[in-house]
Structure formats: C-alpha cells, structure tokens
Design a protein around this ligand. Structure first.
Ligand code: 5AD
Length: 344
C-alpha cells in the first residue's frame, strides 16, 4: 500500500495491520518526518497541547534481578548501593508536590526490603501530606502485594514488558519469563491500577518485526501509559559491547505507538534525552506528551545508573516549563490521570 494511504489510515483510525506497522518502522529519509507529523496530529487530537510533568524519585538501586542490559543488575559489583528510608521518600515527595507537580513516580530495583507493608506506609505517608497521584515502578510482585498497594492509595503502576518476543525476553532475563511479566500486567489491570507497559528499542537480536509486535502488544493490552526508550549498553553488563538504539528508530517507535494507541500517556524518556541533547523535545514532536523530571536527591541519583551517561538533570519544574513552552506546548494542569477511563 502506498505510504500516503497508510498515513491516512494512521491519522484517521490508527487501525493498522502488522505489515503496515512494519512499513512505518522501516521508513527512511524524509518520509520519516511524515510519520512524525502524523503521530503529532494524533497526539494533538487525542491528548491536546498539555504536557504532563511527573516527579521521579529513584528510591533504591538494590536489585535482586540480573537483567543482562541493566546497570543495577545484582551481578554488578561496581556500584554503590543505596536505599532511601520511608521518611526520606515521604519528605522528598512532599517537596516535589510543593514545587507544583501532582504525580510522584516511585521507582527502584526489585528490592525486597520494601515489603508490601513498607510500601503501604510510604504510599499512605505521601497521600496524607500531599494532594497527588502516586505511580509505582518497582517490578514484579504478588497479586496480594499489588492489591495492598492499590488499597493504600497508589494510582498507577509502570511495568515495562521490555520485549514481546518470548525468546529474546528469556535471553535478556535468564531467570525470568515473559508470561510472568504479562500475568503481572493483567493482575495490575484487574486490581484497577492505571497500567504502563513499554519496551526498549534495538535490543541485541531484536528485529523490526519484534518492534511491530511490541506496538500491537501494547495496543491489545490497552495500556494507559507507555515508556519507550533506546537500549543503551552499560559497561558493567554482559551486553557492554553491543550497539545501542538510535534516536531515529526510537522516535519511529514512539510515533507508531501513539498512532495505534491514540490517547495513551507516552513520556519523552530520560533514555531518549540521554542519547541526544534534544531527544526529549524531538519525542514530544513525534507523539509523546509526558516529561518526568528527576527529583532523586543528588547524592543518590549519581548511583542510579541503569545505563551510562544518564542525563542527570537537576531540572526544576520552571526549567521544564520553559523548554516546553518554548516549543509552543503548555504544562498540563491537574494530576493527569489516564485518558482511557474516567479519573479515579
Ligand atoms: N538501556 C536502556 N534502558 C534500560 N533500562 C534498563 N537498562 C537499560 C539500558 N541499559 C530500562 C528498562 C527498565 C527501565 C526502568 O529502564 O526498560 O524497565
């Protein structure tokens, strides 16, 4: 099918076949810009001009997993490990809300010290001090744990599926299985969390067809939020000598996911900002509508090294606001709940 027809369909229905998604992800040269414009048009129609700010707190870099790509993997001995106390997390969250952000994202490695009971204490502590939404990004847990955290007041949960190719998934995470990941995502939805999935781009051995399947997996899951970033090789991991994802491929993936999901919240991720100084801005022009400034206290932040040269922006909301407004967009008001259901 001619590109013009695929792009028309992309803009008007988003109901693309797998072959059409592959065709879009394979675009090169100046056609790529036409894909980005189509995604930008869909973003404008379904999400408007508002960019949602989410305040990120990376509260522990201790991890019981050994993912082959990640600098926090338990096998990496060359990293100074830290844990923030529940009170520290609550205090930093209150500070972030005072700065005007209305969503706190709590992210960590899979650290068993933070039992469901401790997470409940943290969530309740945050919610009793500040009027904000809480998003968790702490990995695979039992149904009972997820339920306890939801009942304590957590609103959203990010758990990237990383790749929808089961063999590739298993190669990257020898002690994990894709079906467990998917079960967690279904549990989270069942419990009533707004759920985020997502994948990395250009993982070693990943094909364009795999990426197309990721886009369709995300669409079928009806994810509320989708995090997409380039794979960036980390020197202290088994994948240190592999090549990383390109900006263009990552932006094409963001654009395609915008087109097939219509109104999902899609961040311009730190990873995309780390491979290009204008990466996040370019992502916002290719379908993204969320920015996540990092509020991890600086003494910890330097040790949250998922991948190298992570841009550790000491960005205050006024700075985010400035560059967002300079591109003709606005910072969205409110908590920025999912657009896929009425705010909870
Ligand atoms: N490069 C890019 N992204 C990475 N992540 C982990 N390691 C890397 C890496 N080397 C991503 C994963 C994870 C998220 C928190 O960070 O997708 O879900």
């Amino acid at each position: 099918m001619a590109l013009r027809l695929i792009l028309d369909k992309a803009i008007h229905t988003g109901d693309l076949t797998r072959d059409e998604v592959v065709a879009l992800l394979s675009l090169e040269g100046k056609d790529v810009q036409r894909l980005f414009s189509a995604a930008d048009q869909v973003r404008k129609q379904y999400c408007g001009e508002g960019v949602h700010l989410r305040g990120l707190i990376e509260f522990s870099n201790i991890c019981s997993r050994d993912c082959n790509y990640c600098g926090l993997r338990r096998g990496n001995r060359r990293i100074r490990r830290y844990r923030m106390t529940p009170q520290e997390i609550i205090d930093v969250s209150a500070d972030v809300v005072r700065k005007g952000l209305q969503t706190i994202v709590l992210q960590s490695g899979e650290d068993p010290w933070y039992t469901a009971e401790r997470m409940v204490e943290i969530i309740q502590g945050i919610k009793s001090q500040a009027d904000c939404a809480v998003t968790l990004c702490i990995g695979e847990r039992s149904y009972a744990d997820y339920l306890a955290m939801k009942e304590a007041g957590a609103d959203r949960y990010l758990l990237r599926h990383e790749t929808s190719n089961p063999e590739l998934y298993h190669r990257l995470h020898p002690d994990m299985r894709l079906e467990d990941r998917v079960r967690c995502l279904r549990d989270l939805k069942d419990i009533g969390f707004q759920v985020g999935a997502g994948n990395m781009v250009r993982l070693p051995g990943q094909t364009i067809e795999d990426l197309a399947n990721d886009a369709l997996f995300i669409r079928d899951l009806e994810a509320d939020m989708i995090g997409i970033g380039p794979f960036i090789p980390h020197p202290n991991t088994p994948l240190s000598d592999k090549s990383g994802g390109t900006l263009e491929m990552t932006l094409k993936m963001i654009a395609v996911v915008r087109i097939v999901t219509r109104n999902a919240h899609i961040p311009a991720t730190t990873a995309v900002g780390s491979i290009d100084p204008f990466g996040r801005k370019k992502a916002l022009m290719a379908g993204a509508n969320v920015v996540m400034p990092n509020y991890t206290p600086i003494e910890y932040r330097v040790n949250y090294e998922i991948y190298p040269n992570k841009r550790c922006l000491t960005e205050d909301p006024s700075e985010s606001r400035a560059w967002i407004e300079a591109m003709g967009r606005v910072v969205a008001e409110g908590k920025g709940h999912s657009l896929k259901r009425s705010a909870q």
